[in-house]
Design a protein around this ligand. Structure first.
Ligand SMILES: [Zn+2]
Length: 436
């Protein structure tokens, strides 16, 4: 067992439901077998456990491990392709790179770069949009398993309107998905996600195959894209006889409490009602929405409709792995919406980056905050002395103010350590070589 001595900030209850930031300046967290077994003022925890070693992290502050609920493994190398709307961006940047993952050695390199991106950003749990090629998905699972990350991912399936090399058939999609799920679902911290790319590129046959896998693999998740771009939405409606975008999934039983749909920038009220009634979650991806010009996410309408919302980086349309940046961009978007927006506090941003994601992925009992009984998944924010974030933290007027500075100024370079289930998996790049 180890006692972590550190300033802890977390949000055990959603600020959208009345929760506030919990801040403990000199906190003791007793961790054994990866689980937090005691929490309190350091002096108290120390007195109760005088023989346990102490890890003193008081130079920085500790947050729960970050949770990214929408991030594309094959797109890590195309981050930064600016200047195009969604469908043109896919043709120009994403799809050519995704075709290269047919080469499993290439896929292995991409998986290495991708997992390094997550870890360096302090992301310990992720719902990962996989690849169209089953061997590449195997490689992704292997990489996540190697690092011990909590990753849910799966085979991306499509049978129309994409380059031929990325297409499959309903039969093959079903067979390969079941094989992958049999190999990886429930192994360590890994789970399977049923993943049609979007209903634009998935016929009824593929969606039926998805529904079969989803119902036959207990505990699997469903993920796809939803209402991202107005042109995309009109194309989907044309393919499905005028159906709403949500209905193209819902008619196959794919909208459930274990479903996470990315974007939803342009929902109708009826669609929000369906998402809420089914208990599905929406992954809000603010830098992607801005980079592709998709629109300003109507967070207030989601919250008021009772739809769960979490945060996603949407790498590679999103502009990086850092959920600090996504949180800040989410704040910007709500400011730009004026009276239709929501004023987000730093506690909201932390909740969206941690507890909301854990809840969306069905992991709320395990991770998302640093309470007794939770897994010790944590990120240590430790800016280099003298840099603007360090100066800001030294001069913060309150814990909420300190946390605002983390979201305003924090980058992956400010991550001084990352733990999953009590095991340190990264040490921070300016302090020591990364254990790689
Ligand atoms: Zn996406």
């Amino acid at each position: 067992m180890t006692i972590f001595r550190v300033r802890v900030l977390d949000t055990p209850t959603s600020p959208f439901a009345g929760g506030t930031l919990r801040s403990d300046d000199d906190c003791g967290l007793l961790v054994g077998d990866g689980v937090i077994t005691a929490r309190g003022p350091f002096d108290v925890v120390r007195a109760e456990h005088p023989d346990e070693p102490v890890l003193d992290l008081r130079q920085g502050l500790l947050l729960p491990g970050l949770v990214d609920t929408h991030v594309h493994f094959p797109q890590v190398r195309v981050i930064g392709g600016l200047g195009l709307p969604l469908l043109d961006w896919l043709d120009r940047y994403a799809l050519p790179e995704e075709m290269r993952l047919a080469d499993v050695d290439h896929a292995r390199g991409v998986a290495r770069d991708f997992v390094a991106g997550l870890v360096d950003a302090g992301t310990t749990t992720a719902l990962v949009f996989g690849a169209h090629q089953a061997p590449a998905v195997d490689v992704m699972f292997e990489a996540a398993d190697h690092w011990g990350l909590r990753v849910t991912t799966g085979l991306v399936t499509s049978d129309r309107l994409l380059p031929d090399a990325l297409l499959t058939t309903p039969e093959r999609a079903y067979a390969e998905s079941r094989e992958l799920a049999a190999r990886w679902h429930g192994k360590g911290r890994l789970r399977y996600a049923v993943t049609p790319r979007f209903s634009l590129s998935a016929s009824e046959g593929v969606l039926e195959a998805c529904a079969a896998t989803f119902s036959e693999v207990p505990g699997s998740l469903f993920t796809s894209h939803l209402n991202e771009n107005l042109h995309e939405i009109s194309e989907v409606a044309a393919l499905f006889g005028g159906a709403s975008y949500v209905d193209t999934y819902d008619r196959f039983g794919l909208v459930t409490p274990r479903s996470v749909l990315a974007h939803d920038v342009h929902p109708t009220d009826a669609e929000l009602g369906t998402l809420a009634a089914r208990g599905a979650a929406v992954a809000h991806c603010p830098t992607s929405n801005a980079a592709l010009g998709s629109g300003l996410f109507p967070l207030r309408r989601h919250i008021e409709a009772g739809v769960r919302v979490s945060l996603g980086s949407d790498v590679g349309a999103g502009t990086g792995f850092s959920l600090f940046k996504e949180g800040l961009q989410a704040y910007f978007v709500q400011q730009l919406l004026g009276p239709d927006g929501m004023l987000l506090t730093s506690a909201h941003l932390l909740w969206l980056s941690t507890g909301a994601g854990a809840d969306a992925l069905g992991l709320g009992d395990d991770v998302g905050d640093l309470s007794v009984g939770k897994q010790f998944d944590a990120v240590w924010v430790l800016p280099e002395p003298g840099d603007p974030l360090a100066v800001g933290l030294d001069n913060a007027s309150s814990p909420d103010d300190a946390l605002s500075k983390v979201f305003a100024l924090g980058t992956t370079s400010d991550v001084g350590g990352v733990w999953v289930a009590g095991e340190q998996i990264a040490a921070g790049r300016w302090r020591s070589p990364r254990p790689r």
